[in-house]
Design a binder for this molecule. Structure first.
Ligand SMILES: NC(=O)c1ccc[n+]([C@@H]2O[C@H](COP(=O)([O-])OP(=O)(O)OC[C@H]3O[C@@H](n4cnc5c(N)ncnc54)[C@H](O)[C@@H]3O)[C@@H](O)[C@H]2O)c1
Length: 395
């Protein structure tokens, strides 16, 4: 069996996601397990090079993870034809420019979501990727979380009958930074730096809803900036210039109604930081990041509204855990392995830039819905063809 080396240029890897999910739990974990084996039996050996601005931090991160190569010169990294893949988990608004450079250098590109901060830019990246013939992928990690894989299993097994509605609760309290430091980077709360919960989360909801229940057809979204001032990493107060909560309703293919609240200003009284309840004619389920519980119609209690007496029901007790029945690997790692096999062996992979663009599209429509205070349809997307546009302009 052959060994195939895949060099991966990792940019933005000193950040929260870059370090924890992409370097430690994915690329370094894949390297430590001896690589990934394709369906052809050949094995990919992954060889990362960490790139960023701060030499000291890069050197420390590389050392801590047994990575030999790091650099502060992105252009030089992109010029090295020995490294086939460019990965980007920089702050969102910096992504498009670096991805453009990577495509121009002929790299295959994998990146964090959102792929960009505007749909126009996302579609342009998809067009450039197609024209260059490079392989491309965008992180869609929620699809690979154990709880949502169990939910998908229930759907595929026909558990729900006809699905009626989906209601999601995402969020937790992000400290303002005064008496306790904030647990998210401050750029998340500044529009001018690519922040905002609508841009951040609606792209997740797009691929999760599209791939689990049916395509999102329309959206109504109300955003809010509940906490107007926060304290940044240096201890300085700053104005929050973008939304920190979003209350969004979606109509899905087949008439399913989905409503998802996303908030960094909510205290958690649920089992996990994101839970999704699905109600169908035959049964219901509550999926979280790791767990999934069900209630079949046969086990459904029959409460009667009477606030004058204490409830005789323990509503939580009537739900059953869906068993694992499989070993679930880290969601980011699962997707990394798929992408690496796509690059090295041309194995199928369909979570590309166009899917990333769909996420940005929904985020943009959510922001517009909020601004215009109305429902908006989600039109189908296609990659713009510059040649056709040019020809039409000439005619
Ligand atoms: N998939 C998910 O569940 C998930 C969760 C959180 C964040 N994200 C996405 O991951 C990306 C990074 O988020 P994060 O929370 O890790 O942010 P972070 O602030 O912790 O990291 C950002 C990275 O960008 C780099 N960077 C910042 N400013 C820069 C500049 N001016 N020039 C060059 N590099 C610069 C930083 O050095 C760091 O490496 C964002 O696009 C975010 O939307 C995804």
């Amino acid at each position: 069996m052959a060994e195939v080396r895949v060099g991966v240029i990792m940019n933005g890897v000193t950040g929260r996601m870059g370090t924890n999910q992409h370097l430690v739990r994915s690329v370094a974990a894949i390297r430590d397990q001896g690589g990934v084996t394709g369906t052809n039996g050949d094995r990919i050996v992954v060889d990362p090079i960490l790139v960023g601005r701060d030499a000291e931090r890069l050197a420390a991160l590389a050392h801590a993870n047994g990575v030999e190569r790091w650099s502060t010169d992105l252009d030089a990294c992109l010029a090295d034809s020995n490294d086939a893949v460019y990965f980007d988990s920089q702050r969102t608004e910096l992504r498009a420019e670096s991805v453009r450079k990577a495509i121009a250098a002929g790299k295959h590109v994998y990146c964090e979501k959102p792929i960009s901060t505007s749909l126009e830019e996302a579609l342009d990246l998809a067009r450039l990727a197609r024209e260059a013939g490079i392989k491309n992928g965008v992180v869609q990690d929620k699809l690979f979380l154990p709880g949502f894989r169990k939910l998908k299993r229930l759907i595929d097994g026909g558990f729900f009958g006809r699905i009626l509605s989906v209601r999601g609760e995402f969020g937790y309290w992000v400290f303002e930074g005064d008496w306790q430091t904030g647990q998210r980077p401050s750029w998340n709360y500044r529009k001018e730096d690519g922040g905002g919960i609508i841009v951040d989360m609606l792209c997740h909801w797009r691929y999760l809803l599209d791939n689990t229940f049916g395509e999102v057809k329309s959206v109504s979204c109300l955003g809010a900036t509940h906490i107007p001032q926060r304290i940044d990493e240096a201890g300085n107060p700053y104005a929050a210039t973008t939304d920190d909560a979003a209350y969004a309703t979606f109509e899905l293919e087949g008439g399913i109604v989905a409503h998802i609240n996303s908030s960094w200003c909510v205290r958690v009284y649920r089992d996990e930081l994101f839970t999704l309840q699905v109600d169908g004619t035959e049964g219901s389920a509550l999926a979280g990041l790791r767990e999934c519980k069900t209630q079949h119609r046969a086990n459904t209690p029959k409460p009667v509204w009477n606030p004058d007496v204490a409830s005789p029901f323990d509503f939580f007790a009537d739900w059953q855990d869906v068993p694992d029945n499989a070993v679930f690997e880290n969601a980011f790692k699962v997707q990394w392995e798929m992408f690496l096999k796509h690059v090295a062996f041309d194995e199928p992979y369909d979570l590309g830039f166009m899917d990333g663009a769909k996420g940005v599209q929904l985020a943009e429509l959510g922001l517009r819905s909020w601004a215009e205070r109305r429902w908006l349809d989600v039109p189908p997307l296609s990659i713009p063809d510059r040649m056709i546009q040019r020809e039409e302009a000439i005619r």
